[in-house]
Design a protein around this ligand. Sequence first.
Ligand code: CAA
Length: 296
Amino acid sequence: MSSPDPSRPQIQRILVVGAGAMGSQIAMVFALAGHDVTLQDVIESGLTRAGAQLADRMGAAVAKGRMSQACAEEALGRLSFSTDLDQAASTADFVIEAATEKLEIKQQIFAALDRAVPAHAILATNSSTYGSSKVASVTSRPERVCNVHFFNPALVMKCVEVVRHPQTSQETIDVVMELVRTIGKQPVLLNQEVPGFVANRLMGVLRDEALNLYSSGVASIEDIDAAAKTALGHPMGPFELMDLVGLDVNCMIAQATYEETGDPADLPHPIMQKMYESGRLGRKSGMGWYNYETTR
Ligand code: CAA
């Protein structure tokens, strides 16, 4: 294994902005890999909930014999929580933003981060819909900005898409690719911004075909999911996956992709949109394509 290049910025202190399902697990991934991590959110109760959920997850991993109690405690001890973005940013070497998928909010965060972080810091967005050029443009360091896109659940899924925009420097890409490898993930590099990146583009095709087959009465939800799992070897069927990711998130991603491409084929599928509007969001609401009320 080659030793790290001493001329490259070393990444120890990580800031994760946004304590939702993605941000909290991303923070834990870095803490498990030995980084000092701050998880920041404007909502204090979101931080409390994230802390409790992560402690439960680590507890379950210890109970299953996946890690030692000491390892779990050390990792949780490397994780701190803050509502103060400026203070949390002031010592960060690497920031990953995992806030709401609203461009205006992300741009506000990036402008604030740019003012607060040290000069060497790299700023990344976990956005799956907005290429980082859209947030790099509000910073004074576009060469140190890129997408670093994790998948749900981030503690488990190996893939991380790293997307460069036209001004991202090669050094930034080299540092980020290495960082992703050192946290035990598989980086997938995109050399240009394309709506949906790679994995969501692949997933979108399967999902929309599943919705077409179901809505035209060809097969049931259960049987379509069974085909994806037993014929294609997918760990979940497309309907189960929509429920895991959330119907709201699926619709938001499709809508944002349409806004990028202008292609009506990218709009949220009508029956997916109907589910979202009726409040059936998947696991998070207890009801989606499947009923989770009894399993919650
Ligand atoms: N959070 C954290 N860990 C979880 C989890 C969750 N929500 N759900 C399950 N796990 C862990 C379990 O603790 C377990 O860990 P161990 O192996 O250490 O025991 C492991 O995952 C397997 O869990 P289970 O045995 O309970 O269940 P499973 O074998 O069915 O796996 C799964 C669950 C990992 C979610 C699996 O079904 C899977 O890989 N599904 C596909 C997920 C996927 O495609 N994600 C991408 C979504 S798209 C996206 O994220 C992009 C975007 O931009 C929206």
